[in-house]
Write a protein that binds this ligand. Sequence first.
Ligand SMILES: [Fe+2]
Ligand SMILES: [Fe+2]
Length: 316
Amino acid sequence: MTTPEIPHSNGRTLRPIPEARIARPGDREQNAARLLRVSAKHWYDPLTEIDWTTPVDPDQYALPAHRVSLYGTPLWDSLSSRQRAQLSVHQLASTAAAGIWFELLLMDGLVRHVFEADVTTRHAQYALTEVADECRHSIMFARYMTATGYPSARPSRRMRQLSMLQNLFNDTTMMFAAAIFAEEFTDAMQREMIRDDSLQPLGRSVARIHVIEESRHIGYAKPELERRWARMSAPRRAMFRRVLTVVAQRETAEIIHPQVYALAGLDPRTAHRLAIANPYWRETRTEWARKAVGFFTELGIIDHTVRPAWKRASLL
Ligand SMILES: [Fe+2]
Ligand SMILES: [Fe+2]
C-alpha cells in the first residue's frame, strides 16, 4: 500500500514512512537503522517550518465540529458560532497541553531505557533520536497554545499520578504500550485535521509535522512491545492488562482540561458531565482509539478480562 503524500504549507511535500511492519526480534537493529535513516532525511524544525506570525481567525474551527466534546448537546446549541469555533480551538490546545505531558513522560522513560542499554546499538541511538523529536514537538505544542491564546497549563493531579506511577515501576514495556496508545490516538485525530482544509491552517501545520515524525515512533514502539510481551509471564501479563487499561483511560480523560469549558463561559462540571454522556464524543474516542485497540487485541493485551473496562471508557 502506498503512503499518501502530505502537502506542506511551505510548498514542499512531506511523505510519511509507510506504517512499519512488525519486526521479528532479530530485526531490532535493522528496524532502528532504517528509522535512523528516515529520521535524518525527514525531520522538521517547527520554529522555522511553521509561520507563527499568521493571525488566527477566531471564527475558524481547529477540529471538525462533530469532534468537539459538546457537539450535539443542549449546551452546544446555546453557543454562538464563534464560541463553538473557539471551543474547538481550545479543545485542540488542551490536547496539545496533555500531549506535552505525555511526551515529557515518554522522554523520561526513553532516557532511562538508554541509560540501561548499550549506546553503540542503533536501537539506543534511535531512542535518543526520538527524544530529540519529542523535544521539538513539545515546544511546537506550547507555541500553538500561545498562538491561540490558551492559558498556560500545568499538569493535573491525574498527570502527576501517572508520572509517579512511571517513576515507581520504571517499566519500559508499559512506557512503550502507553506511548502507542497516545500516539495512535493523536495520529487518528491529526490525520482527520490534515484531510479537512476548512480547518485552521496553524493547527493543520502542527498536525502535518507531528503525523510524519510520530509514524516512526509507532514503528519503533510496536515491535518492541511485541518482543517484550512475548517474553512476559502469565501473571505479569494479567497485571499488565489491568494497568494499561487504567493508563489508557487516564490518558484519554486528560485531553480535555475543564478550563476549556470555563473559557467558553460554561460551567465546567455541567459541561464535563454532558461531554462524558455525549454519544458523538464517545464515538470519537472509540474511533481515535481503534488502531491502538486493534494492535493490543491482536497481541492479546486486550482480552476478555479487560474488554468490558475498555468498553466502559468508550475506547472500544
Ligand atoms: Fe510527539
Ligand atoms: Fe512520539
